[in-house]
Design a protein around this ligand. Structure first.
Ligand code: G3I
Length: 379
């Protein structure tokens, strides 16, 4: 039976519509199964940390989240001096080697964190074998040995290093830690030179917190200007993302990222989480912080309105980061599931925080879906 023109148009329009519908459905189903790393493929790497329990046990539920959503890894503690180099003669390579092997097996970007910091150091570090405090050149020798040995061991395999962590101070210019007291401010730039020499191709990062604060930002920028002028080999700034639900103002964060980028440095948004618990601000209260139930209101889970506020916060942040993507190489969460977060124990031990994208039972939160949705809308 010959087809009438009208019938032909009607059936082909219906056919086209159903083809389009099938195409769209296939896309949105594909978008549903895509991980964060795939959705943000053209923006920046999506990283997370691994800790020793994860490395040793590799629990299948966590590993499948890791494989699906992330393409960059950092070790939370195991590269820190007290663990990897507990005495002058002894290096503890087992976990670090396993971290590298896991990152390589998964084909992920690998960051070593940190080479030089004032925290988590072995007790004998600043003393000679007789217990006498080390002088400037002896301590600088130790610093050189540590940085060179560590960076050289993973040369060509570690993509980036947090070379110096948290050295800036707004009142005294430099945190007056033992490195500074014995070596002087030089210890920061020396560490970068040692690292560059040991692996000329690794990205060298200065990593710090509160860089959105105007005074700390100014301090950072003046260090970067000075380092640039004098050829200190810093490639990027790790802007730590220890956020709260309503602090800081994301416009301040954006100002910092833009100012760093204008000076020719890349940005890594590092150590990201959003603390949802009541804040303790008084320094004395923090120093003597004790557990009190009223400071731990979400032991049985997040109420829906806080869950929604958390999702909105992550969404707002990622919307900004997408707008700044030309400056940003990596965004790294400080953990996968809520139970892994240092925020359960700092500044008050034993609380139940809900700062990450996945709950303790490994289920994805609205926050996870919110940042996915930002990109799914583009598909
Ligand atoms: O290793 C000991 C273990 O032997 C002991 O049984 C246990 C008892 O509490 O403590 C273990 O050490 C803890 C260590 O993490 C490993 O789990 C320390 O008490 C604890 O203070 C330490 O916290 C780490 C913190 O750095 C130290 O400052 C957090 O896991 C880690 O997430 C955090 O990460 C830092 C970044 O490296 C730099 N920027 C700030 C960020 C948050 O503080």
């Amino acid at each position: 039976m010959p087809l009438s023109r009208r019938h032909f148009l009607k059936t082909s329009a219906a056919g086209l519509a159903s083809l389009l519908w099938a195409h769209q459905t296939a896309w949105s189903q594909a978008a549903d199964t895509l991980g964060l790393k795939d959705l943000y493929r053209d923006d920046f790497l999506i990283g997370t940390l691994v800790n020793v329990p994860l490395l040793i046990r590799q629990p299948p539920e966590l590993m499948s989240i890791l494989r699906r959503d992330f393409n960059a890894l950092v070790a939370e503690n195991l590269f820190k001096w007290e663990y990897i180099h507990p005495t002058d003669e002894h290096w503890h390579w087992v976990y670090a080697d396993e971290f590298m092997a896991l990152g390589e097996e998964l084909g992920m970007h690998r960051l070593g964190h940190p080479l030089v910091w004032h925290s988590q150091l072995p007790p004998g570090l600043f003393f000679d074998p007789k217990g006498e405090p080390l002088g400037q050149s002896a301590l600088l020798g130790k610093l050189e040995n540590h940085v060179t040995t560590l960076v050289d061991r993973y040369r060509g395999r570690m993509h980036a290093w947090d070379v110096v962590n948290e050295a800036l101070d707004t009142d005294t210019d430099w945190v007056p830690n033992r490195w500074y007291q014995v070596i002087g401010a030089d210890y920061v730039e020396k560490a970068f030179h040692f690292a560059r020499e040991a692996d000329p191709r690794a990205t060298l990062i200065y990593n710090d917190y509160d860089l959105w604060q105007p005074r700390k930002r100014e301090r950072l920028l003046s260090m970067l200007d000075d380092f640039k002028r004098r050829g200190v080999p810093v490639d990027a700034v790790g802007v730590q993302g220890h956020l709260r639900l309503h602090h800081p103002d994301l416009a301040e964060l954006e100002t910092t990222i833009t100012a760093v980028a204008e000076r020719g440095f890349r940005v890594h948004l590092s150590e990201l989480e959003v603390d949802v618990l009541p804040q303790v601000t008084d320094p004395e209260a923090i120093a003597f912080a004790e557990y009190r139930p009223e400071l731990d209101p979400y032991r049985d889970g997040l109420p829906p309105q806080v869950e929604a506020a958390l999702a909105q916060r992550y969404r707002d942040l990622f919307a900004r980061l997408i707008g700044l993507r030309e400056h940003i190489d990596r965004v790294t969460f400080w953990g996968i599931t809520d139970d892994q977060s240092w925020k359960n124990d700092h500044p008050i031990p034993g609380r139940t925080n809900h700062s990450l994208l996945f709950r303790r039972d490994r289920s994805a939160k609205p926050a996870y879906h919110a940042i996915k949705a930002l990109k799914q809308a583009e598909i």
